[in-house]
Design a protein around this ligand. Structure first.
Ligand SMILES: C[S@@+](CC[C@H](N)C(=O)[O-])C[C@H]1O[C@@H](n2cnc3c(N)ncnc32)[C@H](O)[C@@H]1O
Length: 199
């Protein structure tokens, strides 16, 4: 843990986030992906799954005043954002509850992003399997809550199930690709799957 803390302090994106008053270094991952693929357009209505501590939400709301973001996380959100941000404190495993709530609110998003990650145990097999389940739950939201033509971005800890998830995404979008931003630690198993233009 001490070593992890030391490494983090030396990390370029960690330092950059501190300097620029950015909530988390994850901000730079979304920025990089968005600059390349333009997923966050003007006035986008975005669902941010696993949104705490709020770097991705901060990036979206900084980009344009007309954006609106709905965030979900099992942890409470400590930072207050503008009225364009609505937060729901839920465990994603309560998918049915969240889905009913979203139905009652008539939510329909232009973009769904998920940076959700389980607590890691050090057991790679278990961590990958937990990550796969959370990524798959995130994917469930596209069926009822993502507009046609919309975009989907999801994190996954690479493992034997990753390709199955990629194929699922590919079947629902006109374009699909793997993305590993520079801001994502090279040693980390995390990878993002991006689906563009929902069919
Ligand atoms: C890597 S962090 C997300 C960072 C965020 N994108 C940012 O920019 O600040 C992963 C998040 O997933 C959340 N998470 C993990 N398991 C969850 C679950 N079962 N339900 C909801 N959120 C969960 C964690 O609480 C954590 O906030």
């Amino acid at each position: 843990m001490k070593q992890w803390y030391k490494n983090r302090k030396k990390d370029h994106f960690y330092q950059l986030a501190k300097k620029n008053d950015v909530i988390s270094r994850a901000y730079y991952k979304l920025e990089e992906i968005d600059k390349k693929y333009q997923i966050i357009k003007n006035s986008s209505h975005v669902l941010d799954i696993g949104c705490c501590p709020g770097g991705w939400t901060q990036y979206i709301l900084n980009k344009n005043r007309n954006q609106s973001v709905v965030g979900v996380d099992i942890l409470p959100m400590e930072k207050e954002f503008s009225k364009n941000f609505t937060f729901y404190n839920f465990d994603l495993n309560e998918y049915d509850k969240i889905s009913s709530l979203f139905m009652s609110k008539d939510y329909y998003f232009d973009v769904i992003i998920s940076d959700i990650a389980p607590n890691t145990s050090g057991n790679q097999f278990l961590d990958q399997s937990n990550s796969y389940n959370l990524s798959l739950l995130s994917y469930q939201f596209i069926k009822n809550f993502l507009k046609q033509g919309g975009s989907f971005l999801v994190k996954n800890f690479q493992g034997e199930d990753t390709e199955a998830l990629f194929k699922e995404v590919k079947s629902q979008f006109k374009k699909a690709s793997y993305v590993k931003p520079i801001a994502s630690d090279k040693k980390s198993k995390e990878i993002y799957i991006l689906g563009l233009e929902k069919k």
